[in-house]
Write a new protein. Sequence first.
Length: 282
Amino acid sequence: IKMKNVLTIGEAMGLLIAEETGSLESVEHFSRHVCGAELNYAVGMARLGNNVSYISKVGIDPFGRCIVNFLKENNIHEQYVWTDDDHMTGFQMKEKVVEGDPFVANIRKHTAFSHFQPADLAGIDWTGVDHLHVTGIPLALSESCRETIYTLMMRAHSKGVRISFDPNLRPMLWKSEEAMARVINDAAQYADIVMPGLGEGRILTGRESEQDIAQYYLQRGVQTVVIKLGGSNGTYIRTEQEEFYVPSYHVKHIVDTVGAGDGFAVGFTSGLLDGLTLEDAA
């Protein structure tokens, strides 16, 4: 089987995880990692044997170098990770908790990635690219990021590259829910596959049922809508021709649900690239 060529774009960040419980300002020991929804996606796709290129921008700083090294170690091409002399790589600090969700502090204002411009995409070679995966996160970061994502999606579309779009809503990054819904839905119409969670779909479309949410996107030119129903409820998939439900796997021991949606996007899009039907891919 020929390896499939996959592109994704996103802000990779440094991540400092507290090693003891307590507020972030009181903890003394942290372990250093990297993070990013699209980074999770890139790692998963590379592990499944796809040829993955990650588009990003980092500062000339230790976190930026750390991200590039991480990409190399995980067999992800980093030729489209550009550096910015004037702005830093963003990072997050994450609490350690015994139960519940840990508090995460984002240090990501005016980062290198937030200064991404559409002109930065000129260096991308589209020859042989099979798939582009985008999330809604970069759309929240700045006006220029937004333009960059629209440009990238339009370019991929014009070259016949299949596009998957995961809204991946981060309300904290947006000024208002209305702005978030408007921008995310604008981007969604450039995609072939849109994959919101049920709760996200309700926020984005103002509609309640998975059928009505799917219909909203089909009317805007999306070919396939994949709605993650949450937990043990599986997935609802709808195209112009068909609709069906796919049950979910039962996971006995859940370590952390962060990144579950990214993992689903990996399995689904990689399955389609391998020629599986929508039902088998899900």
